[in-house]
Design a protein around this ligand. Structure first.
Ligand code: CS2
Length: 502
């Protein structure tokens, strides 16, 4: 039998047809529910994480006030708009591990707005009384956060554009949209919605608050004050490894489950979300579906630190050197005994010492679980995905561990090797002379600096929005980084790696 196109009409047939049973949403959708969440940045991660939690709330707990309206701000989001529109905004999540492959259909995304089509419609949606949360997966670079000054990059052309009152109903950035919608709610006497960041940044909620308040102050201090007083920006640690969907994934879904899905999501079984209990106007009962909703903001920050430095930092350690060495997938890099040892030793010797103890969390067990998750061969997690937008990631995932090692005079050689590998990576040529695409909003500046600097890191380190003075001015760090850059340039990654393993 040919596969069935995923849509409302085919749903019950899909549930019955697959070789392994496919779970489908049986809750009400469409006009029967309220869209309490507007989500900006509907990619794989959102669809495997927040949307899965909301799907469970609707499926198992009768929640009807928090269906999701997806929003795409970027021109490339038209592909997601079309894929979702072709299947009544449903999609399939495929969880893969050694235990097998398990598929379920998610139906909590109720509608989708593509901002370039109609920016005003997005603002109106966020300003609608039903909207109580605006959640974000806009990547680290979407925050216009200056790592050096910790302020909004207010001089950035996108922010400048959005700050011009003429553009209030046709903004470009997330902050332009949030501001316009909040100003409207303020005028109408509504509560502000909670802005819920689901991006990988330390203190993601506090940074979102600070960036938005700074933006609002430059537009209208009264609105800014109201946001400060009434707004909520929970900090959160989010976790689920979600590779990019490949054509083979779609084919496998059609072959094995009989579902034709324009854009399914492949992910691992593991998922975690620790969020600060700070909401301006109510929230869904997230704890009913396994979310750790925590009162204490310091506890959340500690979870964030663990995850960003151990998981994402190790991903970086596998990603940039791995791609230079010619590997394509995370599990392949893990199969290499040198890398396997390297990443373990980096976590144990250089990252762990800077991490706080969290009651109930055993760091060694956490690291072991990470080693298993990275080794999962069934999800085919792509190195180019890990290496994407590195200028937003390295300052969050690697540099904070280096900065802490500098303060306490702790070991940092392996972390410097990773930073050096990224500095080499930005040139876009691997150790075999094969060119690859460097996908980064700052690619031109990075490449110009890398060319000018050669194996001297000073040029790249002079980018103030990425690196703090604590790093730029530390002789031990500069020395280790320069040594690693020279070794990698001379001998390549695989010959250099043994020098970084005990
Ligand atoms: C990855 C993350 O993009 C990256 O660098 O480390 O996307 C990672 O897979 C997720 O944060 C896992 O929760």
């Amino acid at each position: 039998m040919p596969p069935l196109k995923l849509n409302t009409k085919n749903l019950s047939q899909i549930a019955a047809a697959g070789a392994s049973r496919v779970r489908i949403p049986t809750y009400r959708r469409g006009a029967a529910v309220k869209e309490g969440i507007v989500h900006i940045g509907v990619g794989g991660f959102h669809r495997a994480h927040l949307a899965v939690y909301v799907d469970q709330l609707m499926q198992k707990h009768g929640v009807t006030d928090y269906a999701i309206c997806g929003v795409g701000l970027q021109p490339f989001d038209s592909a997601m708009r079309d894929a979702l529109a072709s299947q009544d905004h449903m999609y399939t999540v495929i969880e893969r591990s050694a235990k097998g492959s398990f598929a379920h259909v998610v139906g909590c995304i109720n509608s989708y707005l593509f901002a370039p089509d109609n920016r005003e419609a997005v603002i109106a949606k966020m300003a609608h009384p039903d909207t109580r949360i605006v959640s974000l997966t806009i990547t680290e670079s979407g925050y216009y956060y200056n790592e050096n000054t910790h302020e909004l990059q207010s001089g950035h052309p996108d922010i400048q554009f959005d700050l011009d009152p003429v553009n209030e109903t046709s903004p470009r950035t997330t902050f332009g949209f949030l501001y316009a919608a909040l100003a409207r709610r303020h005028q109408q006497g509504l509560m502000p919605f909670t802005v819920m960041s689901c991006d990988n940044m330390q203190k993601n909620g506090s940074i979102t608050r600070h960036m938005l308040e700074s933006f609002a102050r430059l537009r209208n201090p009264e609105v800014a004050e109201w946001i400060t007083e009434k707004g909520a920006f929970p900090n959160a640690m989010v976790d689920r490894i979600t590779p990019q969907t490949s054509p083979a994934d779609k084919q496998a879904l059609a072959d094995n489950q009989g579902i034709e899905d324009a854009w399914p999501v492949v992910t691992e079984p593991f998922m975690q979300w620790v969020i600060e209990d700070d909401f301006s106007d109510g929230r869904p009962p997230f704890e009913k579906v396994g979310v750790q909703v925590v009162k204490d903001v310091h506890a959340v920050e500690q979870f964030e630190k663990h995850k960003l430095r151990l998981l994402n930092g190790s991903h970086s350690a596998l990603g940039y050197p791995g791609q230079l060495a010619g590997f394509s997938y995370v599990h392949e890099v893990m199969e290499n005994p040198l890398f396997h040892k390297f990443v373990w030793q980096m976590m144990q010797e250089e990252v762990k010492p800077s991490l706080p103890e969290i009651p109930g969390v055993n760091i060694d067990e956490y690291c072991n679980t990470l080693m298993e998750r990275f080794s999962n061969p069934t999800i085919m997690d792509q190195l180019p995905r890990i290496c994407l937008n590195a200028s937003g990631k390295i300052p969050q995932f690697i540099m904070p561990s280096i900065a802490e090692a500098i303060w306490v005079n702790g070991p940092l050689r392996r972390l410097c090797f990773v930073a050096a590998a990224w500095f080499r990576y930005v040139n876009g040529v691997d150790d075999h002379g094969k060119p690859f695409k460097v996908d980064d909003p700052m690619v031109e500046e990075l490449q110009a600096k890398a060319r000018a600097g050669g194996t001297n890191p000073a040029e790249l380190l002079s980018i103030k929005s990425l690196f703090g003075d604590d790093l730029r001015n530390d002789p031990r760090f500069i020395k280790e980084l320069t040594t690693a850059m020279e070794l990698i340039a001379r001998d390549g990654i695989l010959k250099t790696l043994p020098k970084y393993i005990d």
